[in-house]
Design a protein around this ligand. Structure first.
Ligand SMILES: [Zn+2]
Length: 181
């Protein structure tokens, strides 16, 4: 993965375009630069503080659907390549360095080193005296990717868990996705 990065970065930069209207585009989708702390607090910290876990099902559905959409767009590449693509894209976009630890038929494990949400939301929790919890939600996108292919293959679906999180003081975030037996 490390050796592939320069080529990935070049492809990433080549995909960026700024329109006359001032939109920052990447491969046909609009993006925006925001300070990491703003993104983390508005998408994670403040919602957890205000609503606890109440909004999780809503956020989860949106993220699963995003993963499914990615999988559908790149279906011919297969589950492993779509996942690799997603993990490398998140890395290039600054969400942290993803590492795929295990990819088997029954289980997928990946880590995020230096997770943006883990670091910034963890710091917010600390500042507000909120009990730290695992906050990173990219596992739902990965669920969406894997389960798109699981459904196509008529196999049982995966469910995910974040077993380590920087927001809780762990060294990195670790996600385990298990296929139902
Ligand atoms: Zn995390």
């Amino acid at each position: 993965m490390a050796e592939e990065l320069p080529r990935d970065i070049k492809r990433f930069i080549d995909g960026i375009e700024i329109t006359e209207d001032g939109a920052l585009m990447f491969k046909g989708h609009r993006f925006v630069f925001v300070p990491g702390v703003l993104l983390s607090i508005s998408l994670m910290g403040a919602l957890i503080e205000r609503f606890s876990g109440m909004l999780n099902p809503v956020a989860r559905r949106a993220l699963v659907n995003y993963g499914r959409k990615l999988a559908e767009e790149m279906e011919n590449l297969g589950a492993r390549s779509v996942l690799d693509h997603y993990l490398s894209l998140e890395h290039l976009m600054g969400f942290g360095k993803n590492e795929l630890v295990e990819f088997s038929d029954s289980q997928v494990v990946y880590r995020i080193h230096g997770s943006l949400y883990g670091e910034e939301t963890g710091a917010y929790f600390k500042m507000k005296g909120i009990e730290p919890t695992a906050v990173c939600a990219s596992r739902y996108i990965v669920e969406g990717i894997l389960n798109y292919f699981a459904e196509k293959e008529g196999k049982p679906l995966f469910t995910s868990d974040e077993v380590k999180c920087k927001a809780k003081g762990d060294k990195y975030c670790e996600f385990v996705l298990k296929r139902a037996c």
